[in-house]
Design a protein around this ligand. Structure first.
Ligand code: HEM
Length: 181
């Protein structure tokens, strides 16, 4: 099932994976600044503009980067000897990223509803100030993404039972010449 990429393709794929994944974290940090503005501001114009900006950042920056991170992560896992189910750090990164993407996709619906309400001219100032923020989601999301980042950079050792079996298979099958990356 695992196809091993050439060194050149691997470097390109890894560069793409790091760019979109760390970019995702940066975009969430920018979004967090908007959420903090929602919590701290009472100014009607600021609130309207902020909800609108949140919708644009969520749909056009965060969602594409999140999907690209998941996709390129899968390419890095399945296209190298890391595999998707062999090392706990890869498996946990995968599961946490899927969770983050699912929560994000549900949350974007809420964000659009908030932006629609905030930019609706019939919404009163009192109603606007009473609209909620998404601070808990963006803050929690950022923590999860940082955990995945640390896992991916440190790559803590630990093979899954499947990983152990694959290692045994490799040891018995390829004895004579050295392995290539
Ligand atoms: C928020 C999500 C993610 C972030 C921030 C992230 C970040 C990173 C970073 C910074 C590296 C480079 C580490 C290094 O080589 O020193 C990396 C490598 C890697 N990531 Fe991710 N990643 C994410 C999601 C995923 C997912 C979902 C998977 C698996 C499905 C994955 C699989 C891998 C693999 C296998 C490598 C090693 C590639 C190699 O050296 O050949 N990542 N990731």
């Amino acid at each position: 099932m695992t196809y091993t990429m050439s060194q050149r393709v691997r470097k390109f794929a890894l560069t793409t994976h790091i760019t979109v994944s760390v970019g995702w974290i940066g975009a969430v940090a920018a979004y967090l600044a908007l959420d903090v503005t929602i919590v701290t501001s009472q100014d009607v114009q600021t609130l309207r503009a902020t909800y609108l900006a949140m919708e644009l950042i969520a749909w056009y920056v965060i969602v594409p980067l999140a999907l690209a991170s998941l996709l390129t992560g899968l390419v890095m896992a399945l296209g190298t000897r890391w595999g998707l189910f062999r090392h706990y750090w890869v498996l946990i990164s995968f599961l946490l990223t899927v969770l983050a993407v699912v929560v994000l996709l549900v949350e974007t619906q809420t964000i659009s509803q908030l932006a629609n309400k905030a930019t609706d001219p019939t919404t009163s100032s009192t109603e606007l100030r009473a609209l909620p923020s998404t601070l808990l989601h963006s803050g929690g999301g950022l923590v999860v993404l940082l955990m995945i980042l640390v896992l991916n950079v440190y790559k803590p050792p630990g093979l899954t039972p499947y990983g152990w079996r694959k290692l045994q298979d490799q040891r018995t099958e390829s004895r004579p010449s050295g392995r290539s990356n």
